[in-house]
Write a protein that binds this ligand. Structure first.
Ligand SMILES: Nc1ncnc2c1ncn2[C@@H]1O[C@H](COP(=O)(O)OP(=O)(O)OP(=O)(O)O)[C@@H](O)[C@H]1O
Ligand SMILES: [Mg+2]
Length: 271
């Protein structure tokens, strides 16, 4: 059986006596695009930060590629994991090229100097749908959507097998957002990278996810293929979330339980 790339085993995490995650367990398999959705403050960012060791669980374990994060060299771990966040976190005093090359450079990866660095950064810029001519620009001279794309290019630069994305498209307009969603889907398809993608937008979660995890009240409410979330919501909260999207994705007037299950890998299409 394939080994999960990420495992949460009975993870508990509290802040100031307030439980954020309670006995939280999850397995993510290589090549999945797992979207995580839930209300603000439900613990989505907390879950991502447990994966790259930015925070540690109070109880339970988080494993990446079978290794307990608590026992792992965190610097080495983070080099294997791309991390893209809503605010992009680009370094303002560095050009786009230097931002992209940052992790490979500090990691001492070969082939990231001079002309090779230029070539690699240009290839990454193209991969995220940007003109390589932007390489010499500074982040402040880019649009919000361009900055998001550079943030993704930077997260991909060291060739990670795992990409953590925390509401990466939150700060852009609807059209740009749709384009960025298409780009990340293409990158996922072409590279086979595993993606953990946090969003508070159910439409985005269902469009992008090969599986979607719904979190509420510190616990997983349901984790399933988008079709399952829509057709067989496990809890009232999931049902409430899915309700509007059912109208977008499924033909009208079909009762909840009677639908035939679409099966693995069937992409959702708006009707
Ligand atoms: N360092 C911290 N100290 C104290 N409380 C924290 C800390 N980090 C997070 N929290 C609290 O933990 C809860 C979960 O936070 P988290 O950032 O995981 O939520 P989220 O689901 O990502 O929310 P959002 O959708 O708003 O980004 C929140 O109530 C938050 O206030
Ligand atoms: Mg968050």
């Amino acid at each position: 059986m394939t080994q999960p790339i990420i495992q949460f085993e009975g993870v508990c995490k509290s802040y100031g006596g307030q439980a954020v995650l309670r006995d939280f367990s999850l397995e993510v398999f290589p090549g999945e695009f797992l979207t995580i959705i839930g209300r603000s403050g439900c613990g989505k960012t907390t879950a991502l930060k447990l994966v790259n060791g930015l925070i540690a669980p109070d109880a339970g374990r988080v494993l990446v590629q079978g290794e307990d994060v608590a026992q792992t060299d965190l610097v080495a771990l983070r080099r294997r994991i791309g991390y893209a966040i809503q605010s992009t976190g680009l370094f303002p005093h560095m050009t786009v090229e230097k931002n992209i090359a940052y992790v490979p450079s500090i990691s001492g990866m070969r082939g990231w100097k001079g002309a090779q660095r230029r070539e690699k950064a240009a290839a990454l810029l193209k991969r995220v749908g940007l003109d390589p001519a932007l390489a010499g620009r500074y982040p402040r001279t880019l649009s919000g959507g361009q900055r998001q794309r550079v943030g993704i290019a930077r997260a991909l630069a060291a060739g990670p097998e795992l990409l953590l994305m925390d509401e990466p498209f939150g700060a852009v307009d609807e059209i740009t957002r749709g384009q960025l969603q298409d780009e990340i889907q293409r990158i996922h398809r072409e590279s086979g990278i595993t993606i953990l993608f946090v969003t508070h937008d159910i439409a985005e979660a269902l469009k992008l996810g090969t599986r979607t995890l719904v979190i509420d009240k510190g616990a997983a409410q349901q984790c399933g293929k988008p079709e399952e979330i829509l057709r067989r919501p496990a809890t009232e909260f999931v049902k409430m979330l899915a309700e509007q999207q059912r109208q977008t994705y499924l033909p009208p007037d079909e009762p909840l339980e009677d639908r035939a299950y679409c099966g693995a890998g069937t992409p959702l299409r708006a009707v």
